[in-house]
Design a protein around this ligand. Sequence first.
Ligand code: ADP
Length: 201
Amino acid sequence: MGPPGAGKGTQAARIVAAIGVPAISTGDSIRAHIHGSTALGLEAKRFVDAGELIPESLINGMVSERLSRPDVADGFLLDGYPRTLAQVDALDAFLAERGVGLDRVVELTVDIDEVVARLLRRSTVEGRADDSEDVIRHRLQVYADETAPMSQVYAARGLLVQVDGMGDVDDVTKRILEAIGFFFDGDGSDGNDDDLRIAVG
Ligand code: ADP
């Protein structure tokens, strides 16, 4: 978890490279649907452009379809999901049916002013329609209202690890890997053979 601009996507790519499980980014999947003009993409576009979350019916089906593919059998990292308490329930039900559960939920903590500055920089580089200043402010409000309450739920389950998301990108990656109990042993393997299922909100 972490507000828009916290660096979830960047860190997710680095974490999966280190631990060797697939990353499932709902933001990337939705953008692919939009670019491909699929039925889901056409329906999702106006929500994404306005900085709103897309409806539960669209997002939950997309994630459960992705989590049903064979490459997640040994673990996965969710980037951008769950994002509401209703999505927590949907994910719980889906995982319970398969007899698995999340191992860790990572929350990146950041300075909000820094996040807005990052997103505005990103808007000039990537040209994302949802990166204009008023839409950014709205997405931050949606995060505070809809997503931030999830941290209490996962903290109560003993799954939440909070990591300082400020500063050097490499340092943040190291902090996350340490916080999730991934230890480098020098030979490129992690010394921990358990399957790993992680959500970063
Ligand atoms: P960010 O974290 O910077 O907001 P993402 O790439 O994760 O960006 O998501 C972009 C947009 O995709 C969100 O603003 C929202 O409209 C939609 N989206 C992504 N994940 C979800 C989700 N779990 N539930 C609903 N909408 C989502």
